[in-house]
Design a protein around this ligand. Structure first.
Ligand code: G1P
Length: 295
């Protein structure tokens, strides 16, 4: 079983990041010097993905341009002897094959994924949400692909433990752990954004999935769900009735970079994890702690 394609929905308006997102797609906001979407596409590539399918909307062409070649800039860098920068830019332009589809109306995540049906074809594929970054010892999508392989090519959803009071932000799963496993469960149902009192567990997805193509049949028939949107969660529930869906607790830390707190958190953490910026960030934090008398 080979998973060659990843669908990355990036059509959202990014309202939590206005006014920065008035003209710039939220996925292009940088964490240090890489746009958020770079980290997400890098995860896809490190997971063996060969083609990325962006589901876009108006005003999002900067994302496609970022992963394209920019010969004018390359010429400029050559003429100015900026070889290191040139190599960096060329590498990004050659990173992965990119295709995009416009979602003319934002009718929900389920609707966004369905837009990719013809491009994905009759093959299993991954879905990776564009405003969540997961970092860890192994790329999370790769972990899910491995679980799918071990379970005869089943559907797999990446889940993490969350604060039980925050279930209303996520799709939350219910299931039973596979015999002898503390990480992989056979999922029976999934609830979209339940109130804490109604949540079936504290295991939620940050938007990492591996699907068999049958998900498209389910996406075609679901009615509008929570928030009046076509929910991917509802299609997963339909799928779980007829085929196997597993939820896997992945190794790694999730950064919800779609809001200001998550963004600041990721910026500090990524700077501390990067050998080029670690010393700088440590010094800056130390200075701020002293200057503002942070305890
Ligand atoms: C979507 C999904 C939800 C998932 C979440 C992760 O919701 O519908 O199941 O847990 O992404 O961020 P959204 O955040 O787009 O409302």
């Amino acid at each position: 079983m080979k998973i060659r394609r990843a669908v990355i929905p990036v059509a959202g308006k990014g309202t939590r990041f206005l006014p920065a997102t008035k003209q710039t797609p939220k996925e292009m906001i940088p964490i240090i010097n890489l746009p958020m979407i770079h980290y997400v596409v890098e995860e896809a590539i490190l997971s063996g993905i060969e083609q990325v399918i962006f589901i876009t909307s108006s005003g999002k062409h900067a994302i496609e341009d970022y992963f394209d070649r920019n010969f004018e800039l390359e010429d400029f860098l050559i003429k100015n002897g900026k070889i290191k920068e040139l190599e960096l830019i060329q590498k990004i332009g050659k990173m992965v094959e990119v295709t995009s589809i416009r979602q003319k109306e934002q009718l929900g995540l389920g609707h966004a994924v369905l837009m990719a049906k013809d491009l994905v074809g009759n093959e299993p594929f991954a879905v990776i949400l564009g405003d969540e970054i997961v970092r860890g010892p192994h790329p999370v999508t790769k972990q899910l692909i491995e679980v799918a392989k071990k379970n005869n090519g089943a559907n797999v959803i990446g889940v993490m433990e969350i604060d039980p009071m925050e279930t209303y932000k996520y799709g939350v799963v219910k299931g039973e752990f596979n015999p002898g496993s503390k990480k992989t469960m056979r999922m029976s149902t999934m609830v979209e954004k339940p109130k804490p009192a109604d949540a079936p567990s504290n295991l939620a997805t940050p938007g990492r999935y591996v699907f068999r193509p049958e998900i498209f049949d389910a996406l075609k028939v679901i009615p509008k769900g929570v928030g009046g949107e076509y929910q991917l969660t509802d299609a997963i529930n339909l799928l779980a009735r007829e085929s196997e869906v597993y939820a896997h607790i992945f190794d790694g830390e999730r950064f919800d970079t779609g809001n200001i707190e998550g963004y600041l958190n990721a910026t500090i953490e990524f700077a501390l994890m990067d050998k080029d910026s670690e010393a700088m960030m440590r010094r800056l934090i130390k200075e701020k702690v002293e200057k503002y008398k942070i305890k």
